[in-house]
Structures are given as C-alpha cells and as structure tokens.
Design a protein around this ligand. Sequence first.
Ligand code: G3H
Ligand code: ZN
Length: 293
Amino acid sequence: MLVHIGKLINRHMLGKYAVPAFNTQDLETTLGIVRAAQAQKAPIIIQTSVGALEYAGIEELVGLIKTEARQARVPIALHQDHCHDFNLLKKLIDLGYSSVMIDASHLPYKENLKLTKQVVAYAHKRGVWVQAELGRILGNEDWQNVKSGEDLMTDPDQAADFVAQTRIDTLAVAVGSMHGIPIDPRIKKVLTTLREHIDLKRLAAIRQKVKIPLVVHGASGVPDAQLRAAIKFNVAVFNIDTDLRVAFNKALRANLKKNPQIYDPRKLLAPATDALQKVAEHKLKVLKTSNQI
Ligand code: G3H
Ligand code: ZN
C-alpha cells in the first residue's frame, strides 16, 4: 500500500533498523524493488530523481509507482530525491509525494537555509515531509558532480543550527559515502570493487546534536558492516541506486551475450529484474528492514 513516509520513519525505529530509499526510473526497476520488499515483508521508500522524471515523464513515472505501491502487500512511501526546483517540488506535492528533498547544498549556507525554509513552509502546510542536505555528498548525481575534500562533510554544530532553523523532517548528511561509482578513464570501466567508507565518528557527533532521523546518501558501495553500524547513529534512511543499476546491467549484458538470438525485450529484461531484486533483498536484510511490517 501507498503510505505517508511518517508511517515508516519514526522515533520507535530509530537506532534499530533503517528503510532503504530505492531509486527508480522505469517499470523493471520498480517491479524488482517492489517484489524485493514483498519477499522480505519490508517497508520501503521509492524515490525519483529529477533525471528519472525527465526520462520517463512525470505523470507516467509517478502513475507507475503509485499503481505498484497501492497493489503491494507492504507499505511504500513516495519521495522526491535531490531537487532544487521549488516549482517542480510543488507539482510533485500535488501529485501525492509524502516527502520531498530540497537540495540547496550547492548554495552558500544562508541561501540553503532560506530556500529550505520556504519549501518547509509550503510542504508542511500540506502535510508533506522535507529532507534537506548539509555538506556535499561526493560523486555524480543528476546535475551535480562533487569532488573530494574533507570540508564537504557535514559539520555537527552547523547541522544542529540548520535543523533548528528550518524545521526539516530528515537531514541528509555527508559522511564519506559517494554517489554513483567512478569510471576509470584509462580502461573505460566502472570500478565496481571500490569500497566506500562512512565516517562513523562524525555520524556519532551529528547524532549528539541532531535529533531528527538522518539520511545517508550514496549508500551503494558501502560495506554491509558499515551500513549496519550507521543505523545505531539514527540513520533511518539509506539511499540506494547504483548497486541496483550495476546488478541489472551485469545480468542484462550477460543475457545478451549468452543468448544473441533473443529479441523479445521481456526475455532480455526479466533476468536483469531478478538480479536487481536479489540485491534489493540483500540490502533489506543488511538494514534489518526485513519483517518490519
Ligand atoms: O540519492 C540517491 C542516492 O544517494 C544514490 O546513491 O549512487 O550510492 O546508490 P548511490
Ligand atoms: Zn543522493
């Protein structure tokens, strides 16, 4: 069933388990995610990026997710990922999103505060949650490419001030994980073996000062033990996209190679959807989301 995000993320689950926010842009990914949640009896968040909405069409993609979510036997909340376009967020709120992310982390602090406050005022009036980001999450995501540097990490004191001033519902923190996976330009290959690192000390310091649920973006590529450890520091949501994409890609390429005679897209895509589902199920076990409905 399609539910408000507040049904999934609350103070009772903080520190005990987390809910993955899986990105989708198409039917196969959506099916794989929903099937995984059902198989694991797990609540999940399905989120769209601006790029995904551009790719599939807003009404088309939102309609698809809402239809799948309504028919599912598990609670599913709809969230908009990184977005700095207030007008688009207004449209998505009208379409039934229960949570949106205003990502003004590329702006100077005061401007991030100002825009975030405006979105919170608008969204809260309509019962919708707001996530915002402080610090900058490394890597590639839609319109942004953030390169490394310690000063990009979330500062615990600034985070406390930001949350108090904006009254956001969830805070995306930059604690070392990365969006996407880097491509080695020499061999033109994705570095799938790269292991990312979460700065648990920084996370603990943020938890001391910030009481709202935290969100870790770029959770793909982070070792399972680190994801699990981060739950204790009030990380209630982990954003996962790349690991699903990699699994889908790998299975699709293998199928194409092994079965060049197949021309039915359904037969080409089904094993890839299954592979994606398997990875999503694994994440649900790691985050202890399984059997939480
Ligand atoms: O907002 C989306 C996520 O942060 C995706 O992270 O590229 O590590 O899967 P990922
Ligand atoms: Zn992200």
